[in-house]
Ligand binder design. Structure first.
Ligand code: SF4
Length: 239
């Protein structure tokens, strides 16, 4: 938290989270937009599709003119694992240049995650709770993705709205731990972040502090390290 990153957001997503704060990113159509300088709000358009080579060229340019060092390139969405070829190619470019890739994913695509994990330095993986999706994802799927994350640095995140219940969180934790332990033979050592939703979408209720504390205590039975952390980029007015 708090490190400086270059930020790439891909278009397109196969989920429809009720709290989604990037509804425009769920559609693959539309131009590629590049912000220069950072946090200026000045965007120029480029043709879409944008190749990994195009993307790397822009990242290199932004990195070279920056007054500060970047910790990594954050790749988010939408869902980056809709495009595993792009992720693998961009990761290779970055590694060849001595840079690092931080991948954000919803955690529901273990097969594609396995295809790219060799070029990923950090994974920030969501576990999507049933009450936040029109069609729930079996928790075992997240357990399998989490086991793949063992190959690099990782954290996992649950977004908590005011409609989340302790019973659904417990059921998900049980399913994730069962599947993860089957693969790794251990308890879940990957840190879990409980993120109170930033209620930017109409109809999404904020999570009360009491609920956050209750869920933290509950999740500690399944994860060794459970933290409550809000969306930091929104607190400082970025993107
Ligand atoms: S996975 Fe992310 S981009 Fe896709 S619907 Fe959910 S919050 Fe929105």
């Amino acid at each position: 938290m708090g490190v400086r990153q270059l930020f790439v957001r891909v278009r397109g997503c196969d989920l429809a989270c009720r709290y989604c704060d990037q509804p425009q990113a769920r559609h693959s159509e539309g131009p590629c937009r590049i912000e220069r300088p950072p946090a200026s709000g000045n965007f120029t358009d480029a043709a879409n599709p944008f190749t990994a080579a195009d993307c790397f060229a822009v990242l290199k340019e932004l990195d070279e003119v920056s007054e500060a060092r970047h910790h990594s390139v954050a790749l988010t969405g939408g869902e980056p694992l809709l495009y595993p070829g792009f992720v693998a190619a961009l990761g290779s470019y970055l590694h060849d240049a001595g840079r690092r890739l931080y991948l954000e994913t919803a955690g529901h695509r273990p097969q594609q995650l396995a295809e790219v994990i060799h070029v990923v330095d950090w994974v920030a993986m969501d576990i999507k709770l049933p009450s936040t999706l029109p069609q729930p994802i079996p928790p075992e799927v997240f357990g399998r993705s989490l086991a793949i994350c063992e190959q690099c640095n990782a954290m996992v995140k649950m977004v908590i709205t005011g409609d989340v219940t302790a019973s659904e969180v417990e059921a998900v934790c049980q399913g994730v731990r069962a599947s993860y332990s089957n693969v790794t033979g251990t308890r879940i050592s990957v840190p879990l972040v409980l993120q109170p939703v930033t209620p930017v979408v109409g109809g999404v209720r904020p999570a009360p502090a009491r609920l956050m504390l209750q869920l933290q205590a509950l999740c500690q039975q399944y994860f060794e390290d459970v933290r409550i952390i809000p969306q930091c980029h929104r607190l400082v007015g970025l993107l």
